[in-house]
Design a protein around this ligand. Sequence first.
Ligand code: ZN
Length: 424
Amino acid sequence: MFSLTISFNLHPNQERIQNNIEMLATMVDQSKPGWTRRPFTSWYKEGRAWLKQQMEQAGLQVSIDAGGNLIGRLSGSEEHLKPIMIGSHTDTVTGGGRFDGIIGVIAGIEIARRLQETGTTLRHTLEIVDFTAEEPSEFGISTIGSRSMVGNLTAEMLERTDQTGLVLDEGIRMIGGNPDEIYETARKTGDVSLYLELHIEQGPVLEQNNMKLGVVTGIVGIHRYRVIVEGKPNHAGTTPMNMRFDALTGASELVLELENLCKFTYSDPVVGTVGKFTNEPNGANVIPGRVIFELEVRSIDSEIIENIMSSFSKYAALVAAKRQLDISLDNLSKSDSIRVLPDVQDKIAAACSATGKTQYLPSGAGHDANQLASIAPVGMIFVPSREGRSHCPEEWTDFAEVALGVEALARALINFDQDYIERR
Ligand SMILES: [Zn+2]
């Protein structure tokens, strides 16, 4: 049978990728630890200006959309095909590293350069996107740019103010966006053929398994709850052990039970964490009267999370009865998990396997892909994170591994460009 498959010639230039990553690492707030480039700051704008230059040199037509996203566009040969988009982000958390988000944007630019150098024309238009402010921001929102692109940034969110008094609406204008046009220009289902993202794993799985590439099966959903345990504060010296209503010992049972429930083997991986905890009145000689803590459970299967929370809440009722405490559970948020379509996973897996040792794994962290998934099929490739560390200065991926990720992404792009079936 006739096949359209051409020999792959887009091998990325590792040295150029390394230079790009190192260059962005110089455009950071030196007064903060690590490599800090918070959105809407001078360092962010400096990085953006440099990225724009890189995009232009790679032959991309550069624009900034209503949400401030920096977009480089390369027209394809078949006008009726909707674009394939490659994106990530270049903002960092405070005290963050040099790779999170950054490698995904650099990867897109490197692929554009290789297309240019080899005189390769794609059928689909290619868009390389540096999404505005992906990390949790002072406005209490993350993935600001990708939200805006899919029309999921509300008027209320645009009016929020950070500690410095900056209104999000103004911040977006500062980097060249125009919030007034976010809704009319938002992309709709079918406007994008496919969204692809290369990212560091931010966890230890690939390194532990000695794998070079990860095919992301989906992005976990996150359910968060606030638990309030009410007991009775009393004198720690005069109240006998059998006459206490100690909120902290009750809360401790709950914290351990969450760990137990999440340690069982389920059909998909689960993690559960109590990361925020306060004890009142918090005095050395006072029996704790009230504990407030927040817990979250993450899994790609929301039914597993629901089942865990149902068991947890039954257990909480037992502890409340046994210890005569008041225990309340309030849901704070539920974000849905994203599943990568099986045929998208297969094509990415083929591209990854042709490049290096590959395994499937879910993403335990959220990404811009979460937002894009509301309008288009999405696919993600992970490269290893040394010791699984991320959002810290120690965050590291060998440049050779980043280059493998870029190659796998380029192979995936070519595979999809040649025979991807449009979905509506
Ligand atoms: Zn990221």
